[in-house]
Design a binder for this molecule. Structure first.
Ligand SMILES: Nc1ncnc2c1ncn2[C@@H]1O[C@H](COP(=O)(O)OP(=O)(O)OP(=O)(O)O)[C@@H](O)[C@H]1O
Ligand SMILES: [Mg+2]
Length: 242
C-alpha cells in the first residue's frame, strides 16, 4: 500500500489549460474516487499518476518515491511505478490469449516461469473467469474482457490500482456484479485504489472519499457524508445528488 501525492500538478495542451495546478493526497489503502462530468479531466489526471501523460508542472509522489518532478525533469516510467491500471477501453492485446494478456505484467517484472501459471490461474479465479485462459479477447463478451483487464491489473499485486471508468461499457446487471466484485477486492487486498467515474452511485458505494472535479479543479474532497451534508460550492450542491 502506498500513498499517492499530487503536488501542484497541471496540464496544458497548446493554449488550453485542462488541469490548473492541483494538489491531492491519497492515503495508503484508501479508495478514492474522482467524480465529475465528461471532459472535466479525470482521464488526464489518472494518466498523469500512471506516467502515461506528463504533467506540464508539478510533482507526483507514490509512497516514498518521487515519480515525476517538473523542476528536476525526474521521470519514472509507468512500468517502474508498481501500479496496475484498468483503462476506459479495456486495451487488451488482441493477438494474445487471455492467459498471456494476464501474464504480461508478470513477464515484464521477470517473474520466474514456474510462478506465472499459478498466479495467472488465481487471478482468473478472482474475476470468475476460470477455464477461459485459452480464448482470444474477441471470443469474449464485453463484460468478460473487462474482467480480463481487471485480472491483468491485479496479477502483480500492485501497491496502487488505477481504474478509469472500468464499468462504463457493461450492461446494468454486469455493472452491478462487477461493482460488487470491486468492493470485494477492496476488502480482500491491501491496495490504494483510485477510481475514475461519472457514475455517482458507483462512487458512493465504493469510496472512502470522493473528489468532485469540475473543469480540472477539485471542487470538494470529502466523504459521502460530508459531500451530502455540507456541499461547499454551488457546483457540488447541484451535481452531487445521491
Ligand atoms: N491529447 C490531447 N490534446 C488536446 N486536448 C486533450 C487531449 N486529451 C484530452 N484533451 C482534452 O482535455 C479535456 C479533458 O479530457 P479527459 O479525457 O481527461 O476528460 P474525462 O473527464 O476523462 O472525460 P470522459 O468522462 O468523457 O472520459 C477534454 O476537454 C479533452 O478534449
Ligand atoms: Mg475519461
Amino acid at each position: 500500500m502506498s500513498s499517492v501525492t499530487l503536488d501542484s500538478i497541471s496540464k496544458i495542451y497548446g493554449e488550453q489549460t485542462i488541469i490548473p495546478p492541483l494538489s491531492l493526497e491519497i492515503k495508503p489503502g484508501e479508495f478514492l474516487s474522482l467524480l465529475g462530468p465528461s471532459g472535466c479531466g479525470k482521464t488526464t489526471l489518472i494518466r498523469m499518476i500512471a506516467g502515461l501523460e506528463l504533467p506540464t508542472q508539478g510533482k507526483v509522489i507514490i509512497g516514498d518515491q518521487t515519480v515525476f518532478d517538473s523542476t528536476s525533469q525526474h521521470f519514472v516510467p509507468p512500468e517502474k511505478r508498481n501500479l496496475g491500471m484498468v483503462f476506459q477501453s479495456y486495451a487488451l492485446w488482441p493477438h494474445l490469449n487471455v492467459f498471456e494478456n494476464i501474464a504480461f505484467p508478470l513477464r515484464c517484472r521477470k517473474v520466474p516461469q514456474s510462478d506465472i501459471e499459478g498466479k495467472v490461474e488465481s487471478a482468473l479465479e478472482e474475476v470468475q473467469l476460470h477455464g477461459l485462459g485459452k480464448r482470444k479477447p474477441n471470443e469474449l463478451s464485453g463484460g468478460q474482457q473487462q474482467r480480463v483487464a481487471l485480472a491483468r491489473a491485479l496479477v502483480a499485486r500492485p501497491k496502487v490500482l488505477l481504474l478509469d471508468e472500468p464499468l462504463s461499457n457493461l450492461d446494468t446487471n454486469l455493472r452491478e456484479e462487477m461493482c460488487e466484485q470491486i468492493g470485494k477486492l477492496k476488502a480482500q487486498f491491501p491496495m490504494t485504489m483510485i477510481y475514475v467515474t461519472h457514475d455517482q452511485n458507483e462512487a458512493v458505494r465504493l469510496s472512502d472519499r470522493i473528489a468532485i472535479l469540475n473543469k480540472g479543479k477539485i471542487e470538494q474532497l470529502g466523504t459521502v457524508q460530508e459531500l451530502r451534508n455540507s456541499p461547499k460550492t454551488e457546483f457540488v450542491r447541484g451535481f452531487f445528488r445521491v
